[in-house]
Every structure is written in structure tokens, then in C-alpha cells.
Design a protein around this ligand. Structure first.
Ligand SMILES: Nc1ncnc2c1ncn2[C@@H]1O[C@H](COP(=O)(O)OP(=O)(O)OP(=O)(O)O)[C@@H](O)[C@H]1O
Ligand SMILES: [Mg+2]
Length: 333
């Protein structure tokens, strides 16, 4: 039994660490990190397999960077553990670093170097020598599309090019795990699409990727699994389809009438699956909390049977963005 110094919460010991093959490449196991009274990371667990992209989504201050920094061995948890390829960030940080590339949300570049010098510097730092280094540089420059501007000074690079360079830095030692903290931040739509292709390409090469963003739709298409974090806690995780299924369905219903809309608004009060009714004389809007189309058809039938002159009855499912708003409160700690 461990007692957290920050809160005096009694916690069960984390499960034992196994470093055998066949494990997920990234594992967060009941991770906690407190800054004073702020629970930046508050009991977060999830796993990412080789060849998978995990989208880590949450509003400002949710705890994404804090947990990514712990995973990248730049900070230590107050409780729990994070494992990379089965190695613990607490017990084996050196073995973790060899297997992991981290692209931070703010990165330092050296303005007087050019791209190839910058990548060469990091390749040397990782102890890559001789022909292996030449190969690593060539592969990274090609992969990130920087080969044509390899000798351009960093000070002259656009935002998108800098992002690519930092992705190159993170992948120069061919790590099995990549942690990318808001890699799409500040990129234009074309650069975002290219980034998405690069990320999917890295996953196709068998790497495990953890990618953070504020924007669910940005990650929805490139991720296999998504976890939504708010105020240090993982509120929901799974595939996009699983997350949609887990959440209470919200269907927006729009009813247009010839007349008596306000009367219909009152009539709808307390009906099964119907909530948040807004009614004017000609239009009634409400939310329908069942995605069973038979229930929706039954509602329409009962409205018509009650004699309301309905012109149009339309339904619209919630988008990914709406789901995000539905499950996060936007509270900042
Ligand atoms: N070194 C620190 N000292 C004190 N508080 C910190 C520190 N690092 C993070 N925090 C706090 O921990 C919480 C989580 O911050 P974190 O940077 O992990 O959020 P985030 O999800 O990455 O947010 P953003 O989307 O803005 O990057 C915030 O309340 C933040 O103020
Ligand atoms: Mg952050």
C-alpha cells in the first residue's frame, strides 16, 4: 500500500512490471502527478500496441503534456508507472530513452545550423556512428520531406518545416515508440494532411505512437484508438466507434409546423427520450436521447396522431466535435 504525499489517498500497489515479449509498446499504469493541489495526472492508465496510433485528446491543462513528459523520462510520477516496450520510466529510464522519440510542444532549434547538421547532432547524441548515421540521416530527411532543403539554415524554415525537422529529430534513432505533443499545432491544412500521412506511415512501419491534440476531429481520422483526458483523468477511451457507442446518443430533432409549435413544445415535455425543448410558433427543436430509429419514428407518429400539422421532421446525429463537448466540461484546474 502506498500513500500519496499530495492527498493522503490510500492506493493499491501498482501491478508488477513484466518485460517479456508480447506486451503493448506503451503502458500507463495508474499514473499520478500532482503539482501542489493540482492533480495534473490523476490515475491514468492506457496501452498502445505496436503499429497503433493512440490519440490523446483534452482541453488546455488536462494533463496531456505532463503524462507525455513522464513517459519520455523528463519527469517522474508521484505514483504509478509508465512502461515503454516493457521498461519502466522509473526503474530503467536509459532503456526507455533508447526506444522512444519525443516531439515536445515547444522545441528548441539551433538557428545557425542547417537541417542536416541539426539531425546529425542528434544522431551523434544517440551514439549512431559511421555508415549507420549516414543511412539514418538519409532516411529521416527523405521521410520528413526535408531532403530538398537539407542544407537550408534553420532560421529560414517555415513553421511546418520546423515541425518536420523536430519529427525528424524524434525519429532519427529509429525508435519503436514515438510521443508527439501537439504535432499539428500551427500547421496549415495541407501540412496537417501530410503530417497525418507521415504518422500513419510510421504506424505501418510497426511503431507505436501517442499523439496529442485539443481537436478530436484532427485525430479521429489518423488514430486507431482515442483517449479523452480532462482534469487529469481519462474520461473515456476506445476506438472512435466505441466512444460513440459508449456515450449517450444525442440526436438533434427539428420539427417544422404550419402552426401550434409552442403548443407542441408543451406537449413534448416529459415524453420518453425527449429533452431540451425549444419551441416557437412554427419550429420546435429538441434533443432525442435514443439512436433507435424506431423510437424516432414512434415520436413522429405520435405527434401526427395528436393532430399537429407537421411539415418536416428531421434528425441529425452529433459530430465528433459535439461528442467532445458533451463529455468534457471545459473546466480548467
Ligand atoms: N511544472 C509545473 N508546475 C506546476 N503546475 C504544473 C506544472 N506542469 C503542469 N502543471 C499544471 O498541470 C496541469 C496539466 O498541465 P499540462 O501541461 O499537462 O496540460 P495539457 O493537457 O498539456 O494542456 P495544453 O493543452 O494547454 O498543452 C495544469 O493545471 C498545469 O498548470
Ligand atoms: Mg500540453
Amino acid at each position: 500500500m502506498v500513500t500519496s504525499s499530495a492527498t493522503d489517498i490510500a492506493l493499491e500497489d501498482p501491478p508488477a512490471v513484466h518485460t517479456t515479449a508480447g506486451h503493448p509498446m506503451i503502458q500507463l499504469r495508474r499514473l499520478f502527478r500532482f503539482f501542489g493541489r493540482t492533480r495534473a495526472v490523476n490515475d491514468v492508465s492506457f496501452e498502445v500496441e505496436a503499429g497503433q496510433v493512440f490519440g490523446y485528446i483534452g482541453p488546455n491543462g488536462a494533463g496531456k503534456t505532463t503524462s507525455m513528459r513522464i513517459l519520455s523520462t523528463l519527469d517522474l510520477p508521484d505514483y504509478g508507472d509508465a512502461l515503454v516496450d516493457g521498461f519502466s520510466v522509473v526503474n530503467d529510464p536509459d532503456l526507455v530513452r533508447k526506444r522512444l522519440g519525443f516531439m515536445p510542444d515547444h522545441f528548441g532549434t539551433y538557428p545557425n545550423m542547417n537541417c542536416v547538421e541539426y539531425l546529425d547532432f542528434f544522431a551523434r547524441s544517440y551514439g549512431i556512428v559511421g555508415r549507420e548515421r549516414t543511412k539514418a540521416l538519409r532516411h529521416t530527411l527523405y521521410y520528413t520531406g526535408l531532403d530538398k532543403i537539407a542544407e537550408k539554415p534553420i532560421r529560414g524554415l517555415s513553421k511546418g518545416m520546423r515541425q518536420r525537422l523536430c519529427l525528424g529529430r524524434a525519429m532519427i534513432h529509429d525508435p519503436a515508440v514515438l510521443i508527439l505533443d501537439e504535432p499539428a499545432n500551427g500547421l496549415d491544412p495541407r501540412a496537417r494532411i501530410e503530417l497525418r500521412h507521415m504518422i500513419r506511415g510510421l504506424a505501418a512501419d510497426g511503431k507505436a505512437l501517442l499523439v496529442s491534440s485539443h481537436i478530436l476531429t484532427e485525430l479521429g481520422e489518423m488514430c486507431d484508438t482515442i483517449g479523452i483526458i480532462e482534469r487529469g483523468q481519462l474520461i473515456v477511451s476506445g476506438t472512435v466507434a466505441e466512444i460513440k457507442a459508449k456515450l449517450r446518443p444525442h440526436i438533434d430533432v427539428l420539427i417544422q409546423l404550419v402552426e401550434r409549435g409552442e403548443e407542441l413544445g408543451s406537449w413534448l415535455q416529459g415524453r420518453e427520450h425527449v429533452q431540451e425543448i425549444q419551441a416557437s410558433d412554427l419550429v420546435v427543436r429538441c434533443q432525442f436521447v435514443s439512436d433507435d430509429q424506431h423510437d424516432q419514428a414512434a415520436l413522429l407518429r405520435s405527434i401526427v396522431d395528436a393532430g399537429y400539422p407537421v411539415l418536416e421532421f428531421s434528425t441529425e446525429s452529433r459530430s465528433l466535435e459535439d461528442i467532445f463537448l458533451q463529455i468534457t466540461t471545459g473546466a480548467v484546474q
